[in-house]
Design a protein around this ligand. Structure first.
Ligand SMILES: *Cc1c(COP(=O)(O)O)cnc(C)c1O
Length: 380
C-alpha cells in the first residue's frame, strides 16, 4: 500500500500501479482457472501496461484484443493465447492480425465469408460473436451490447446455421462490472436462443467475454464456477473468459497535488490532474472515483469540490469532504485508477500525461514511463 513517504516522493500527477494488489487479483483469477479448467485472458482494452505482462502471464492464459495494435502487443509482450474480436476487420490488416492470434472472432457472416479461408489456411480458430439479446444492466446503454439496435454480436434472427463451415466457437460479451447472477441469466438466454448451435459437434469452445467483476469483494465465485461447469458438462465446451477490469481492479492510484483553492459557492481545489484527460471514465461513465482519506460531501468537516487545470468548465471530479482543509501542496490519492485510465488518457488542453510508476511488492517504486512535451506535440 502507498504510504505518505512514498506519496511525498512522487512527481505528480502520476499513476501508481500496486504490484501486490495486482497479484491478489491474479491469484483469484488463477484459482478459477485451476478449479474449473476454464482459461482466462487479460482484456487489454482495460489495462495494457505491457511492462507487467511477464508477471500477468504467470497467472493468466493470455490476452484478448480489439484489433491490430492490441493483437501485436499481446503477441509481442505476453506471447501466449491471443483472442481477437473486432466489429469489422480491415482487408489490409487481417493477415497480420491472423499471424498474432490463435482465435479470430467475427461479428457478421459477411466478415466470416470474406476472411474464412485465410484464417483456416493459417490453421487458426474461427469464432462468431453472438448477441443473446438479454440486457442485464439498466440505464447504461453505452456499456450494454444488448440494447435494441446494437451492432455487437449476431442475433439469432440473423444467424445462419447453414453457413458455419470452419467455425469452432462462439463468443458473447454482454456484462459490465457485474456479478455471476447476471452471467447465469445471460447463459439461460444463450442456451435458449443458441443451444442447438452449442450442441453441434463442430463447436468446441465458448468465450464468455468480460464484465465479470470476479475480484470485487463479495462477487459470487462459486456461481461463476457452476456456470463454467454447466457449459463444460452439457456441451463439452472449452470455456474462455476475458475480463479486463477484474484483472487490475483496485490495483492502481492516481496521485495528484492541489495547486490552488478558489471560492464560489464552496471552496474548490484546483488539481494538477484532469478528469477529462487522466480519468475520462469519471465524465463518460460517469462515476465518482474513490479518494483516500475523504468522505462524502458534508460527512467530514471540510467539503471541497475538486476541479482540474483545464479550461473545460465541466472538468471536475466531484465533491469530497476532509478532516482538515485542503491547501496548495496537499496531495490526494484517487483509488482504482489502473483500469480504463492509462489506456484512455489524452493531452487535451496541452495537459501533460501522468508518469506511470510501479509500486513493487518490496515497497520500492520504479518509473515505468515518463512523458513530456513531445508526447503532446507528436500526436499531431
Ligand atoms: C470490454 C471488453 C472486455 C473487457 O471488459 P471488462 O468490463 O473490462 O471486464 C472483454 N471482451 C470484450 C469483447 C470487450 O469489449
Amino acid at each position: 500500500m502507498l504510504n505518505q513517504k512514498i506519496i511525498d516522493g512522487l512527481k505528480t500527477p502520476c499513476y501508481v500501479i500496486d504490484e501486490s494488489a495486482l497479484i491478489r487479483n491474479l491469484e483469484i483469477l488463477h484459482g478459477v482457472e485451476q478449479r474449473t479448467g476454464a482459461r482466462i485472458l487479460l482484456a487489454q482494452k482495460a489495462f495494457s501496461c505491457w511492462q507487467l505482462y511477464p508477471l500477468i502471464s504467470r497467472y493468466l492464459s493470455g490476452t484478448a484484443c480489439s484489433g491490430l495494435y492490441e493483437a501485436r502487443l499481446g503477441s509481442e509482450e505476453m506471447g501466449r493465447e491471443n483472442h481477437v474480436f473486432s466489429a469489422a476487420y480491415r482487408e489490409n490488416e487481417i493477415d497480420e492480425i491472423i499471424s498474432y492470434c490463435g482465435h479470430i472472432i467475427f461479428n457478421s457472416f459477411t466478415q466470416l465469408r470474406r476472411y474464412r479461408e485465410r484464417v483456416l489456411s493459417a490453421g487458426k480458430n474461427i469464432g462468431l460473436r453472438i448477441n443473446p439479446e438479454c440486457s442485464t444492466q439498466e440505464g447504461h446503454e453505452i456499456y450494454d451490447p444488448c440494447y435494441p439496435g446494437s451492432r455487437l454480436g449476431i442475433t439469432r434472427k440473423h444467424f445462419r446455421e447453414d453457413d458455419l463451415y470452419g467455425v469452432s466457437g462462439l463468443h458473447f460479451h454482454t456484462l459490465c462490472e457485474q456479478d455471476s447472477d447476471a452471467l447465469e441469466t445471460t447463459l439461460n438466454a444463450v442456451e435458449e436462443r443458441f443451444g442447438d448451435i452449442l450442441s453441434l459437434e463442430q463447436i468446441k469452445w465458448i468465450n464468455l467475454g468480460g464484465g465479470h467483476h470476479i475480484t470485487r469483494e463479495g462477487y459470487d465465485i462459486p456461481r461463476l464456477e457452476r456456470c463454467i461447469a454447466r457449459l463444460r458438462e452439457r456441451y463439452g465446451l472449452e470455456v474462455w473468459l476475458e475480463p479486463g477490469e477484474a484483472a487490475a481492479l483496485n490495483a492502481g492510484y492516481l496521485v495528484t497535488e492541489v495547486l490552488d483553492i478558489v471560492h464560489n459557492d464552496m471552496p474548490i481545489a484546483i488539481l494538477d490532474t484532469s478528469a477529462a484527460c487522466h480519468m475520462p471514465d469519471v465524465l463518460e461513465m460517469p462515476y465518482r472515483p474513490p479518494l483516500f482519506g475523504s468522505g462524502t460531501p458534508g460527512e467530514k468537516k471540510y467539503t471541497f469540490r475538486l476541479g482540474s487545470q483545464t479550461c473545460l468548465s465541466g472538468d471536475a471530479v466531484g465533491e469530497y469532504s476532509f478532516d482538515s482543509p485542503l491547501e496548495a501542496g496537499s496531495r490526494l490519492v484517487f483509488g482504482d485508477m489502473a483500469i480504463y485510465s492509462m489506456v484512455k488518457n489524452n493531452t487535451f488542453n496541452g495537459m501533460p500525461l501522468p508518469d506511470i510508476v510501479l509500486l513493487r511488492t518490496d515497497g520500492g517504486t520504479e518509473i515505468l514511463r515518463r512523458f513530456g512535451y513531445d508526447d503532446f506535440k507528436y500526436r499531431l
